[in-house]
Design a protein around this ligand. Structure first.
Ligand code: NCD
Length: 487
């Protein structure tokens, strides 16, 4: 099966370790002595391969570092740096675009404003697809750079010498688990923080969300995914805000208990525990307010500025300052020479990290990426009729894509029937289930399993079912085997 990277969840912990080890290898082998975070020169690993970069939104770091990575691997690139110069402006669909481009390239990197666009690209092409940002949804390769930077910082903090590394290899979980990370800025629209928060939750990092204003807090679908997929719990901590040694006006703290029973021990963890989690902030990850994603909405007052003054509080004494860049005014230039600042290093690491990713997906290093990805975790529901994704920015909500795409959801809760769009992650709770063969519907949604997959239709409510020509079934639901399949 062709492997693609659409969500950070497509990579297992082992995949991450393997990619980072290979990035270490490229950094070591192609080191630029004058600038330790940069690689130089060119290898002949991909000299018969072409990478296509299809960017439908502006980019500096992501596109150029992918292209630099491919060139340093010895490969070649073809690029469409601006959506306006492709047939997308003529109304060409994503599926058609990638089915054409796969004849010209061996892998495709895509950035697109629609959420789920990279998944569509991956579904419709025979070559690996890399998500370089799909709307506000995810940006998994930025998270790779972020995790790699943090891993390197932790290794140097723990004074890892080469000999130590051989004696005891510390896993990513051992290096990052237990850290406390402040995520600041635009947590609502920022795709970088979405991929990052999933990875941090998975690795057992405590997260203090510090949105620019409450409107910029994590959207509901991100919170739900954190809770459902990572058992991440939000712990109110505003009561302790005055005691925080830092300036973080966090209302809540996200933690992922190591063992599920830990949660039931503290309905609300004791204050001492919260103090322990917040006393020392290991990372402040700042992001810019994404004004371009608030079309027609009022832009709120200036975001909090992370600057030298902010960092004088004792909680930030050893904090790493990170930012995916570009910055606007949320991160002061006065920090550029501060030894805690890591943002230019994050950008520099983009090359060796993306070299490793390309090498993995193009099988230049066979077997490097082993995981099967996210597919298969939850049952799938895919149909043309019935519920539609409620996210107007979802790829399935777009005119050009609706002509060929079915709605596709994962059934993430089978008791309180809940489905999650397989493209953009928005969740909804259908209130009606129906059998396509009999055109009858029922409101007893817990019994959805009685209807065979081929006949199962979900509707948002009774009005939607009626509009689609379905009628209520008053008799209790019988399973397909009881009433004969398809009857
Ligand atoms: C980010 C992006 O495009 O999502 N930049 C990046 O890729 N490093 C962040 C942003 O635009 O604010």
């Amino acid at each position: 099966m062709v492997k693609s990277l659409v969500s950070i969840e497509d990579l297992s912990d082992d995949d991450l370790e393997a990619l980072f080890d290979l990035a270490d290898h490229f950094l070591e082998e192609m080191k630029d002595e004058s600038r330790p975070f940069r690689v130089r020169g060119r290898r002949q690993l991909a000299d018969d391969q072409i990478l296509a970069t299809l960017f439908h939104e502006p980019s500096t770091r992501t596109r150029l570092s992918f292209e630099s990575a491919m060139i340093r691997l010895g490969g070649h690139i073809i690029s469409s740096p601006d959506g306006k110069s492709t047939s997308a402006v003529k109304g060409e669909s994503i599926a058609d675009t990638v089915r054409v481009v796969e004849n010209y390239a061996d892998a495709i990197v895509i950035r697109h404003p629609w959420e789920g666009a990279a998944q569509v690209a991956a579904d419709y092409t025979a070559v690996p697809v890399i998500n370089a940002g799909d709307g506000s949804h995810e940006h998994p390769t930025q998270t790779l750079c972020d995790l790699y930077t943090l891993r390197a910082a932790q290794q140097s903090r723990r004074g890892r010498s080469k000999k130590d590394a051989k004696r005891k290899r510390q896993s990513l979980r051992e290096l990052l688990g237990g850290l406390t990370v402040v995520l600041a800025g635009d947590l609502h629209h920022g795709r970088t923080v979405h991929s990052l928060v999933y990875a941090l939750a998975r690795l057992g990092v405590s997260i203090l969300p510090a949105p620019a204003t409450s409107e910029y807090d994590f959207p509901a679908h991100v919170r739900r995914r954190l809770a459902r997929d990572y058992q991440c719990v939000s712990v109110p901590c505003a009561a302790l805000a005055d005691e925080f040694p830092g300036d973080v006006p966090a209302d809540y703290l996200y933690i992922t208990p190591e063992k599920s029973h830990q949660l039931s021990l503290w309905e609300q963890p004791p204050d001492e525990l919260i103090r322990k989690w917040t006393r020392r902030v290991d990372v402040v990850y700042a992001t810019r307010v994404q004004e371009e994603r608030r079309v027609g909405e009022e832009v709120p007052p200036r975001a909090r500025v992370i600057n030298t003054e902010f960092l004088t509080k004792s909680a930030y004494k050893d904090s790493r300052i990170m930012h995916p860049l570009p910055r606007v005014d949320e991160l002061s230039y006065d920090l550029d020479n501060d030894k805690r600042s890591m943002y230019f290093r994050q950008a520099a690491y983009g090359v060796p990290v993306r070299m490793a990713l390309i090498a993995g997906l193009l099988e230049l290093r066979p077997g490097l990426i082993a995981a099967e990805g996210r597919q298969g975790r939850y049952p799938v529901y895919a149909r043309r009729e019935g519920i539609a994704c409620t996210n107007p920015r979802c790829v399935t909500s777009q005119e050009s894509e609706r002509r060929y795409l079915s709605q596709k959801f994962w059934i993430v809760d089978d008791q309180e029937l809940t489905v999650r769009c397989a493209y953009c992650d928005f969740e909804q709770e259908p209130k009606v289930i129906a059998r396509a063969s009999t055109r009858k519907y029922h409101t007893e949604t817990r019994r959805w399993k009685s209807i065979g997959q081929k006949n199962l239709v979900f509707f948002a409510d009774e009005a939607q079912a009626r509009e689609a020509g379905y009628e209520p079934q008053h008799a209790p639901l019988r399973s397909e085997t009881e009433c004969g399949a398809g009857v």
